[in-house]
Write a protein that binds this ligand. Structure first.
Ligand SMILES: Cc1cc2nc3c(=O)[nH]c(=O)nc-3n(C[C@H](O)[C@H](O)[C@H](O)COP(=O)(O)O)c2cc1C
Length: 203
């Protein structure tokens, strides 16, 4: 079978594409509004796209009517954001921050989430997340009335004690990897399979 994606309404395309491009990592993004309200929300159109510069990308959809989400507006206003990485134990809390709180209400305060200061940006991180990337906006690209792609540079990395051996820059998750998003309201734990290094070209 073959599906002509261009013939489908965007919502149906979303259903198909987000169910086949899995798992996706989740950026649990903290930002601060111009008024000083700390915001948190999950974004799974997210990934790392390089190390020099250290680029991260977020797919930001606007609300109906083209209104930017709080995360988008805050990054436009301050140019900074923090990508917090969640483990499966934090999924319920992470999803709770996706509720449509108004711009004046910060999810961390409303839900009682502890914050910790960042080293490279003014935006705080979520204290319970094992890892956070402290980022500055590089460029935002508008593709339609609803779709913006934000490219940022990761300037700093914060990690819980014991996760990183800084002498070797070695990260040891001890098997307790970050949560993976499947689709809709479904998430997964990652289970490592056998290691496979790239072989030399035969002959
Ligand atoms: C796991 C998860 C992933 C999400 N990924 C995205 C995403 O990539 N892009 C997006 O625009 N919204 C995404 N959302 C929806 C936003 O989190 C939601 O609209 C939220 O209310 C935005 O909050 P804000 O206005 O505080 O930024 C996601 C929601 C969940 C639960």
């Amino acid at each position: 079978m073959s599906i002509d994606l261009s013939a489908l309404p965007p919502a149906e395309r979303y259903k198909l594409l987000t169910a086949v491009v899995i798992p996706r990592p989740v950026a649990w993004v903290t930002t601060v509004s111009a008024a000083g309200v700390v915001n948190a929300a999950p974004y799974s159109f997210f990934n790392l796209f390089g190390q020099d510069p250290a680029l991260v990308i977020l797919g930001l959809e606007h609300r109906a009517g083209g209104q930017p989400k709080d995360t988008t507006r805050n990054i436009r206003e301050t140019g900074e954001f923090v990508v917090n990485i969640a483990t499966p134990e934090l999924v319920e809390t992470m999803v709770a921050t996706a509720a449509s709180y108004g711009a004046d209400t910060g999810e961390p305060e409303a839900l009682g989430l502890a914050l910790a200061p960042s080293a490279q940006v003014a935006v705080p991180r979520l204290a319970d997340a094992p890892v956070a990337l402290e980022c500055r906006r590089t460029v935002a690209l508008a593709f339609s009335a609803e779709r913006e792609i934000l490219v940022g540079e990761a300037l700093g990395l914060a990690a819980r004690d014991g996760l990183i051996d800084t002498a070797r820059n070695h990260v040891d998750w001890g098997g307790a990897f970050p949560v993976a998003r499947l689709f809709a309201d479904r998430y997964a734990r990652l289970v490592e399979i056998e290691r496979r290094s790239i072989p030399p070209v035969p002959g």
